[in-house]
Design a binder for this molecule. Structure first.
Ligand SMILES: [Zn+2]
Length: 709
């Protein structure tokens, strides 16, 4: 079975590169100068739509290199496949007429995940669409997506029996990455990690194997709950839902192995007390385990052979998927609280902060908020004011039983240690915190998804500390200059990990530990949300988020919904972000924080210009430091050469902001005003006169000032 799938490469992959838009110079140049029809240059939120992304030039490459990658210019190829995209959208929307109109030649082409029309139609359980694709358009039934899944896998996973029968009748087979039914338990595992007990109970009833239904790695809810140290969930699974204690995942690990490996001592003690066994390959100490039970006589060679087999299958079958898994584990393993020599050495010496006495009025519920003005009015205490105001706004002092004095000390200390950079300073943190709050409240997400006070507190604090103690550098610089931080946190997300760890190091001081009143589970939950959201602000992972959201929008976005409405009169559209079944809360938090972090791009003009001047100055300062250090000056950081601010901004908008804002709008509000504001600001930078004014100002000596018009 493995050999077959290995031999039959995904058909979509072969076509993928060919179908990608090529970025020609002419289309980039049309971005410059007047911009009568700038809308047509905007990257569509839907991969595969006819709107072509703008071209790139070296300046844009510079932007991407500085912000996205350490080396190598980014390949835009992975982003959008154009041919076949309309078919995919039509299939997702169940629009048979559009399907029949389309040319069948692209019917087997996949999107960025190698998923074809047939995958989508099978996932959605649209038998009519599936039949049309297979019988009329000749769609191949056994194309595999990037996780190795076939359309039949999708039909099975989503319990669409008729589609399953139909596909099997046409000779469809399951993909190699999904032998049997072991992919069925992924949602159980998810509920276990999230501690969503009602969903767990419901899913356990629905699954063939109850709470023992395993996911694609043979991992059950109990494995995940044990890993996450969720004793409450572990108890529920074992005592109420009858979870087996001896079930092994594909690496032959039991839940007890997981609890021990992750240092979840209370869970391990509980499992041991219930007689849970260790697994076959736990902790790499197979000798110790040999003395136990039935494994006593197993010859060592057999162990090795099995190991090899496993590796072989993994590599062959789902390389891309495993890469994603590693990334996921990497993130989950990142411990905000850890104390270790390398990261302690990377921590700054924290200064004491001074608590401000007077309270200042500041409207956190208007998009017209001006943090820079507030900073002036309060002699540099914008973050302390905003932090306190946001906690008050959501009654978090009462709801989380926080200590008022500690709260004040905490905000004062965070503010005092933020770092005096032109851009990444406490004003930016205040700005982003308000942005997170506004995004979530404006779209009804705060009351639906963050009604839990701990989650609400966590997402606000994530905004507050997301750039904590920022050294005024970039991730590529950290790697290039081999800083202490790079030594402590490795190659990816250096700064983001540093911000989180530094914030939690600050909280080791009991007088500053704002989270101290939370119970163990609440603390763990808050920490997890903060870590995930802050790590998501790494622009190196930006496109991954954009792709993930685009995939959601393809099925659940307002545009795809309105297509469906035309044909079948469905009820009114609601944002998938409001629905826990469609979008996890951590992803909502990440979207909110990422939005707020890029938020100055859709602020009113003078504020946006001010933040632009600030980031430019921060880059130039970094360039000077790099020259002193004798390392290569980062792209966009050369005070002499990188002075075309408008051009840099066009790149930033086109490749970072617009793809993200457009898909977020499609997911939360198709008439989102801020998207219009973002486009206005892009037009401003595309305007030749404005570009020239900025260039002239940048040519003057000293720090860049916003040109006065
Ligand atoms: Zn930031």
């Amino acid at each position: 079975m493995a050999a077959r799938a290995h031999g039959s490469k995904p058909k979509s992959n072969g076509n993928k590169n060919a179908s990608v838009v090529s970025y020609d110079k002419a289309s980039f140049e049309s971005l410059d100068g007047s911009c009568a029809s700038s809308e047509s240059h905007i990257i569509s939120p839907h991969p595969g739509s006819r709107e072509l992304p703008p071209s790139r030039d070296e300046r844009v490459d510079g932007w991407l290199r500085t912000t996205l990658r350490t080396e190598e210019p980014v390949q835009p190829a992975a982003r959008a496949s154009v041919t076949g995209g309309d078919l995919i959208a039509a299939a997702a929307a169940g629009d048979l007429e559009a399907l029949r109109r389309a040319s069948p030649s692209g019917v087997d082409e996949g999107n960025f995940d190698g998923r074809t029309c047939l995958h989508l139609a099978a996932s959605n359980g649209r038998l009519d669409v599936v039949a049309c694709l297979v019988d009329e358009l000749g769609a191949a039934t056994n194309v595999v997506d990037r996780w190795g899944g076939t359309p039949l896998d999708d039909a099975v996973r989503h319990s669409h029996a008729e589609v399953k029968e139909f596909l099997e009748g046409r000779g469809a087979v399951r993909g190699v990455s999904q032998p049997g039914e072991w992919d069925e338990g992924a949602d159980l595992c998810d509920a276990a990690v999230k501690g969503d007990t009602s969903r767990l109970r419901r899913l356990a009833q629905q699954k063939q194997k109850g709470s023992n239904q395993a996911d694609y790695d043979g991992r059950c809810a109990l494995h995940l709950a044990a890993c996450a140290g969720r004793l409450d969930v572990v108890k529920l699974l074992v005592e109420e839902l009858g979870a087996a204690l001896d079930v092994s995942d594909r690496w032959k690990g039991t839940p007890l192995d997981d609890a021990e490996r992750e240092g979840q001592e209370h869970v391990a003690a509980y499992l041991l007390a219930r007689g849970a066994p260790r697994g076959f390959r736990a902790r790499g100490s197979s000798l110790a385990r040999r003395s136990r039970g039935s494994l006593t006589d197993l010859p060592e060679e057999l162990d090795d052979v099995e190991e090899l087999d496993d590796v072989d299958v993994q590599v062959r079958v789902t390389e891309a998927w495993l890469a994603a898994l590693r990334e996921r584990k990497y993130v989950e393993k990142f411990d905000a609280d850890a104390e270790d020599d390398a990261s302690d050495a990377a921590m700054p010496l924290f200064k004491p902060g001074s608590v401000i006495a007077e309270s200042v009025e500041f409207d956190v519920d208007s998009w017209e908020y001006d943090v820079i003005k507030l900073h002036e009015q309060t002699n540099g205490h914008s973050l302390a004011v905003v932090g306190a105001r946001l906690l008050q706004r959501h009654s978090l002092i009462e709801r989380c039983s926080l200590d008022t004095k500690v709260v004040q000390n905490f905000f004062a200390a965070v503010e005092a240690n933020y770092g005096g950079n032109p851009y990444h300073n406490s004003q930016h943190a205040a700005d982003v915190s308000v942005g997170v709050h506004l995004f979530l409240t404006e779209h009804g997400l705060m009351e639906t998804r963050f009604s839990d006070p701990v989650a609400c507190l966590a997402v606000i604090l994530a905004g507050v500390v997301h750039d904590f103690a920022h050294p005024g550098t970039t991730n590529p610089h950290e790697v290039k200059a081999a800083t202490k931080r790079h030594k402590a946190f490795g190659d990816s997300g250096v700064l983001e990990k540093f911000h989180v760890r530094a914030a939690f190091a600050l909280m080791r001081d009991a007088r500053l530990n704002i989270l101290a009143p939370l119970d163990h589970a609440g603390y763990a939950r808050a920490r997890r949300t903060m870590v995930k959201a802050i790590l998501a602000t790494d622009l190196g992972r930006h496109m991954a988020y954009v792709e993930r959201l685009n995939e959601m929008a393809l099925v659940e976005g307002s545009r795809s919904h309105s297509n469906r409405v035309n044909s079948s009169k469905e009820q009114t559209w609601t944002s998938p972000l409001l629905d826990p079944e469609k979008c996890g809360r951590d992803l909502v938090a990440a979207v909110a924080l990422k939005f707020a972090d890029l938020g100055h791009a859709c602020k009113r003009r003078n504020l946006h210009e001010e933040w632009t001047a600030r980031i430019t100055n921060e880059f130039w300062t970094l360039g000077e430091r790099e020259r002193h250090l004798g390392v290569a000056v980062s792209p966009l950081c050369d005070r002499e050469k990188d002075i075309d601010v408008a051009k840099s901004q066009v790149g930033f908008f086109s490749f970072i902001c617009l793809p993200f804002f457009a898909v977020v709008a499609d997911l939360v509000d198709p008439d989102w005003q801020l998207l219009a504001r973002l486009r206005q600001n892009l037009r401003y930078w595309q305007n030749k006169k404005n570009a020239e004014r900025w260039l002239a100002t940048a040519q003057l000596q000293g720090p860049l000032q916003r040109p006065v018009s």
